[in-house]
Design a protein around this ligand. Sequence first.
Ligand SMILES: [Zn+2]
Length: 121
Amino acid sequence: METRDIVTRLNTLSEQLGQMQTELETIIDEWGKELIKNQDLQMENHYLRERVNQLLANDQPEEKEAAPEEKDGQRSPALQNLLNIYEDGFHICNISYGQRRENAEQCMFCLDILYGMEGKR
Ligand SMILES: [Zn+2]
């Protein structure tokens, strides 16, 4: 093998190593972002679960009979909060609550909570 060939191959190899290092850094960077995103989602999920539990607990005390506070077209604040969460793109139903609604798909269970409760006033 001639010296020139060796030098050429070394240069090529060095270039490839450089590209691989760049790619490795990119992957590590993306991995880090995924971890952060995952953690954010877990915190968000946790927060939303607590919020839903709070809201459901507040709404529980069988105030159905004694609730003329809901005038026509007005929702109770708890229900309004749930609706806000739902409209922000999250489930509020027991099946998958706290999770994002993919592509803002409607969820029958969520709707049942929102509009089922409204119907029972
Ligand atoms: Zn749902």
